[in-house]
Design a protein around this ligand. Structure first.
Ligand code: ADP
Ligand code: NA
Length: 332
């Protein structure tokens, strides 16, 4: 059996958005503070599966580190680092490319979404992304992976890869990793379209709240969020078929650390003309300190680089012996 160990990662692309915060980082911090062994990564190798301007990538990497820290991640309690600085990710990723079956990859819905209609023009890296993600997780024998709903299929593939490796080589070397997808915010939707998830790569800035947005921008985006004309229902099941209303209730619940039922108990029957300002006030109260702290940290990038360098050393201390043993199992 395996010691419980948490791993997760976020791509350094654009600015972190509210869905990343509520569905991922806020929960990373909770697991850290629950005393679990926690490893959190800035997955720049994943970022370049679609084109990234090099200067933008460097900036986004540091900004994501600042966001992690500003949200409460403690670089002493957790290991915080940058994927490209720990070569074991790419090395184990290659071995997993040789374990993973094409048929499995062909079922990955995120590739289909990201590649779009012209999949012939997508990079090979975008196709192989889930195999590298399995390496990110399994290079640490991580047992628990907190993620949003959109990553469920990839964590399940990680389990398949571990099982096939263990079976093919007749070992019990890699753990069966559990995805941890919990709470009201596992899938925050776009503010402009209740059928699309909020994403930092959505071309519409109005579709999301960025952690770098100031108080006025946050309030304006919430005020303009798409809704229907009905007031909030008196019971939770009244949100069925109302994805935009449901989304704002979920955002409120996650920000306030209460359940969607409690939000309805307090706000059921109110019009959006009243609920939106309450939500905006709550969002500003919770997010403004984060963006201020991010700005403060970004004023000293040398310190951020030092934190990431130290984190990479600690990460490699765990991943190196696991990769060495993998090489031995494979026959290298
Ligand atoms: P994005 O899709 O915004 O580019 P990433 O792919 O880097 O973000 O995902 C980082 C983490 O944030 C993952 O755990 C992912 O599941 C989570 N996440 C992304 N978007 C959302 C969302 N809209 N709601 C909840 N969690 C999300
Ligand atoms: Na994603």
């Amino acid at each position: 059996s395996f010691t419980p160990r948490v791993f997760s990662g976020i791509q350094p692309t654009n600015h972190l958005q509210l869905g990343n915060y509520l569905g991922a980082v806020k929960r990373f911090v909770e697991m850290q503070n629950d005393g679990m062994e926690t490893i959190y990564c800035i997955v720049d190798l994943h970022a370049i599966t679609v084109w990234q301007d090099p200067a933008d990538l460097k900036h986004a990497t540091r900004e994501l580190a600042a966001a992690y820290l500003a949200c409460g991640l403690d670089a002493e309690k957790s290991i915080l680092f940058n994927q490209s600085q720990v070569p074991q990710h790419a090395e184990l990723g290659w071995i997993f490319n040789c374990v993973t079956r094409l048929g499995w990859m062909n079922r990955m819905t995120q590739f289909k979404d990201k590649a779009g209609k012209n999949a012939e023009k997508a990079s090979l890296g975008l196709y192989a992304y889930p195999s590298l993600m399995a390496a990110d997780i399994l290079a640490y024998h991580a047992t628990h992976v907190p993620v949003g709903e959109d990553q469920k299929q990839h964590v399940e593939l990680t389990r398949d890869i571990a099982a096939k490796f263990n079976h093919d080589y007749g070992v019990e070397f890699f753990p069966e990793t559990q995805p941890i997808i919990e709470g009201a915010a596992t899938r925050i939707m776009s503010l402009r379209d209740g059928s699309k998830k909020m994403s930092k790569s959505d071309p519409s800035d109005a579709s999301r709240i960025n952690l770098t947005d100031d108080a006025d921008t946050i309030a304006k985006k919430i005020r303009k969020a798409k809704t229907d004309p009905e007031p909030l229902p008196e019971a939770l099941d009244g949100l069925e078929g109302r994805p935009e209303a449901r989304n704002l209730v979920n955002i409120y619940a996650a920000l306030a650390d209460i359940s969607p039922e409690q939000v309805i108990a307090e706000h059921g029957g109110t019009q959006f003309g009243q609920f939106k300002p309450a939500l905006a006030e709550l969002a500003v109260e919770k997010l403004a300190p984060i963006s201020e702290e991010m700005a403060r940290l970004m004023a000293d990038v040398a310190e951020i680089d030092r934190v990431l360098g130290k984190g990479a050393e600690r990460a490699a201390e765990i991943a190196e012996p696991i990769l060495a043993k993998t090489y031995d199992i494979v026959g290298f």
